[in-house]
Design a protein around this ligand. Structure first.
Ligand SMILES: Cc1ncc(COP(=O)(O)O)c(C=O)c1O
Length: 400
């Protein structure tokens, strides 16, 4: 009899966290490595958010709360969905969880079982397929390469749906590509979904507030109101408010799903940290204007990285509309050899080479289900990004 469960045997450790750990180990050993692997803003949590947490500690809000969140945070989330997305949810339709990953985990564990299929566009955020597999479900991967802007088409969605499809997971702006669906693109996908009333939509909007230029964020329940009754709209504080360590995620959706998520949470984590919840109330209800300045900084970094990567022969880097990632296609480098005679057969080989020779850490495309490519997180200073791009360019130029 095996000690470790079969369910756990179906999943792997997060490859993005593995790269972060490898980078930290190299840095601790004194190696001058530039980390472009981490999926978090380098900005600090805003002071007014920290102050709210300190006040929560001082005033004794340090006890258990309602399992699925404090009334104050649920009210703030309802107000956020109304203000930002034109979506009307009652508190009974809101779930507060220990980070966005926990929100998605709860939703999938509460609904997916053996035989169920979940449609996941690739490149995908690394955890979706693993959580589905943990549940015993089957991820149905729909590939969308650089040539189609890393976005699936209505035809591809139609072809992927079967009588067993339970969910479509739609992440926009995307981790790992930064690609974002316009309202019209969402409507076109929505038309397909309206023809298949058994399919639910999990909209992962974690990067909603990090968008650039003229792009206008939209979410599916807003632009296709007929899908409201079968959409779970997932969001959180981690990315917009630089609160990755505080662990607050949330969702709005039909009350039965929300109730099922609460049931699961009541037997696992119980409530999210009371202090983090108080901080999240401040973040959601407070002035949002600091986002403009931060996005301007992100946009400058995006432009720098896209330009520098596109100048490298064999690399093609689309310009994304959101998040803080780019996903260069490296088809032109596959098959080449390093100065030491190692063949670059895959994007994982390229990433190993870049780490060993250029001292730049990024994550290989295979981890996100679409190769050959790699993910660059540009949530770091322009000076470091410029240096990292020079190192990558030199290393790529040395390939034969
Ligand atoms: C697309 C996407 N969804 C969800 C999450 C989870 O966010 P959190 O850190 O709040 O768990 C992340 C974090 O990297 C993400 O990139």
């Amino acid at each position: 009899m095996s000690l470790i469960s079969a369910a756990l045997g179906r999943i792997s450790p997060s490859p993005t966290l593995a790269m972060t750990t490898r980078t930290l180990e190299l840095k601790a050993a004194g190696v001058d490595v530039i980390g472009l692997g981490a999926g978090e803003p380098d900005f600090d949590t805003p002071d007014f958010v920290k102050e709210a947490a300190i006040e929560a500690i001082r005033s004794g809000r340090t006890k258990y709360t309602n399992v699925d969140g404090t009334p104050e945070l649920k009210a703030a989330v309802c107000a956020k969905f109304r203000r930002d997305n034109g979506l009307s949810y009652e508190p009974s339709q809101i779930s507060i969880n220990v980070g966005g990953k926990h929100t998605l985990f709860n939703a999938l564990v509460a609904t997916v079982e053996a035989g169920d299929e979940v449609v996941i566009p690739a490149p995908y955020w690394v955890s979706y397929p693993d959580i589905v597999q943990y549940c015993g479900g089957t991820p149905v991967i729909v590939h969308a390469g650089a040539a189609q802007g890393y976005k699936i088409t209505p035809e591809q969605l139609e072809a992927a749906i079967t009588p067993r499809t339970k969910w479509l997971v739609l992440n926009s702006p995307s981790n790992p590509t930064g690609a974002a669906y316009s309202a019209d693109e969402l409507k076109a996908l929505g038309e397909v979904l309206l023809r298949h009333p058994h399919v639910w939509v999990m909209a992962d909007d974690m990067y909603e507030h990090i968008t650039y230029g003229d792009f206008r964020f939209a979410t599916v329940a807003q632009v296709v109101p007929d899908l409201y009754e079968r959409t779970l709209t997932v969001n959180g504080c981690s990315k917009a408010y630089a609160m990755t360590g505080w662990r607050i995620g949330f969702a709005g959706g039909p009350a039965p799903v929300i109730k099922a998520m609460m049931k699961l949470q009541s037997q696992s984590t119980s409530n999210p940290c009371s202090i983090a919840q108080a901080a999240a109330v401040a973040a959601l209800n407070g002035a949002q204007d600091f986002l403009v300045e931060r996005n301007a900084a992100f946009q400058r970094r995006r432009d720098l990285v896209v330009e520098r990567l596109n100048a490298i022969p064999g690399v093609h880097c689309p310009t994304p509309d959101g998040a803080f990632y780019v996903y260069p296609d490296v088809s032109g480098l596959i098959g080449k050899a390093t100065p030491g005679g190692r063949r670059i057969g895959t994007d994982a080989d390229l990433i190993d080479y870049l780490l060993d020779e250029a001292r730049v850490a990024a994550v290989h495309g295979a981890a996100f289900g679409l190769s050959p490519a790699f993910r660059v997180s540009y949530a770091t200073s322009e000076a470091l990004l410029a240096e990292a791009c020079s190192r990558i360019a030199d290393a790529c130029a040395a390939l034969r």
